[in-house]
Design a protein around this ligand. Structure first.
Ligand SMILES: Cc1cc2nc3c(=O)[nH]c(=O)nc-3n(C[C@H](O)[C@H](O)[C@H](O)COP(=O)(O)O)c2cc1C
Length: 418
């Protein structure tokens, strides 16, 4: 079986609830492989130990994927990806693989993937592999092209892709295992729903702000057409413009720009959620290894790997807790920013009132001021309502976060910890 024999062989039918585990040295040479790995790939355990991991490399896999894979591992970051592997008989099997650094090298846990995102990625890989051949893309150029494609597919970066893929694959795995949704999983799901809702409110506010920014210009045009009262309207419009710009900055700090409160919360959420899902898979891998060792008829020195996996479960759990704390801390800033915005809206109300006085002075004449005032009225009541909605979201996010810190019903870490 050569590496160029593509699209041959059939897919291996391995269990939806099984896990493939391996640990390598720093260069990717296999140091430990579990019996499921040996069975699926069709190799004796002794032969697999000591072989480079690329022994299962399938020629259909784009080089760019491994470029991302190693780039992250070398930076000390975890990585998750869909990988097509080959067996020793020339068949193939797909995995959803999670890998991270451990003492002396790296470890990886994989399970069988399915679902819409998996199907999308399969097609992306095919296109990328073709581009590598036809355009002679380097692994780095190919990896970067994949990152760009993921962005076009709505995943802002590789972390967002990993989060989405892991969420889809974990849900599929739960189904296969008959595992019901835990309270903690539901809270996490609700939490991101609330962060999304807050982001939606801020996006709507940004649209309203953008629209209202044209009004001071309308006022100035109007003032130019008036012989009396023109000066007053022009001054009012300048005040309105200045105050609205200041509010725009507050809004940006809330959620409309990189590094804003909402974006920081969303980032912390993705990292925390990812850690929680990984915690479960690593814990499952430790359980599976123990069970396999019992059934395995040979020498399987698993104690060190089980301990390694259990340590990582703990590590993932405390990482997730730190991220939840970060969400709560950022969330505490939201009500103050909302109050600041509300004070400014009240200031704008005074400007609007002056507009109304001027309009009254004009009497019956149709100056167009009434139309502007009507639109300002609508804008102000929209912002009022949106700020209320945002404060509600902030309260709920804080209470979800606190509930998460208090509860720990992970299957591998059942005792709540302070
Ligand atoms: C922990 C770990 C797990 C890996 N798992 C796989 C795998 O399942 N399939 C695979 O093709 N490469 C895997 N690799 C990457 C290989 O080492 C190798 O980079 C890849 O097969 C591409 O080979 P190439 O760089 O020689 O083209 C893994 C590496 C590590 C460190």
């Amino acid at each position: 079986m050569t590496q160029e024999n593509e699209q041959v062989g059939t897919e291996v039918d391995w269990g939806w609830t099984e896990l493939i585990y391996s640990r390598t040295d720093a260069r990717g040479v296999i140091r430990f492989a579990n019996p499921t790995f040996c069975r699926v790939v069709g190799m004796e355990m002794d032969a697999l130990r000591g072989a480079p991991h690329r022994i299962v490399r399938h020629a259909d896999m784009p080089k760019g994927v491994f470029w991302i894979f190693w780039d992250r591992l070398k930076q000390g970051l975890p990585v998750a990806a869909f990988v097509k592997n080959r067996t020793m008989s020339g068949d193939y099997y797909w995995v959803f693989a999670f890998a991270k650094a451990c003492e002396g090298g790296y470890l990886s846990v994989r399970f069988r993937p399915r679902g819409p995102l998996f199907e999308t990625i399969r097609k992306e890989y095919e296109a990328l592999r073709r581009a590598e051949r036809e355009e002679g893309l380097s692994p780095e150029a190919s990896g970067k092209r994949l990152l760009k494609r993921l962005e076009e597919l709505g995943m802002e970066d590789f972390e967002a892709f990993m989060s989405a893929a892991l969420a889809e694959q974990s849900a599929m795995r739960h189904k296969a295992l008959g595992r019901v949704e835990q309270v903690r999983d539901r809270t996490v799901r609700e939490l991101i729903g609330r962060v999304d809702k807050a982001q939606g409110i801020i996006d709507d506010m940004a649209v309203g702000f953008d629209r209202i920014r044209g009004e001071p210009i309308n006022m100035r045009i109007l003032s130019g057409r008036m012989d009396d009262g023109g000066m007053a309207i022009s001054t009012i419009s300048q005040n309105y413009d200045t105050m609205a710009s200041e509010m725009w900055e507050d809004l940006a700090a809330l959620g409309a720009i990189e590094g804003s409160d909402l974006q920081a919360m969303r980032h912390a959420f993705h990292q925390g959620h990812f850690a929680l899902m990984i915690e479960e898979i690593l814990g499952d891998a430790a359980d599976a290894l123990e069970q396999e060792a019992g059934a395995f008829d040979g020498d399987l020195a698993i104690a060190a790997d089980v301990a390694l996996l259990r340590d990582m479960v703990e590590e993932a759990e405390s990482f997730a807790r730190r991220k939840v704390l970060r969400i709560i801390q950022r969330c505490r800033l939201l009500p103050e920013t909302c109050r600041r915005l509300r004070r400014k809206i009240n200031g704008l109300d005074v400007v609007k009132l002056l507009c109304r006085v001027e309009s009254g002075r004009m009497g019956e004449r149709d100056t167009g001021l009434e139309g502007i005032i009507g639109r300002l009225d609508d804008f102000h009541s929209d912002v009022d309502r949106q700020l209320d909605g945002l404060s509600d979201c902030a309260r709920q996010i804080t209470s979800d976060g606190q509930a998460l810190l208090l509860s720990s019903n992970s299957p591998h870490n059942p005792a709540p910890r302070a």
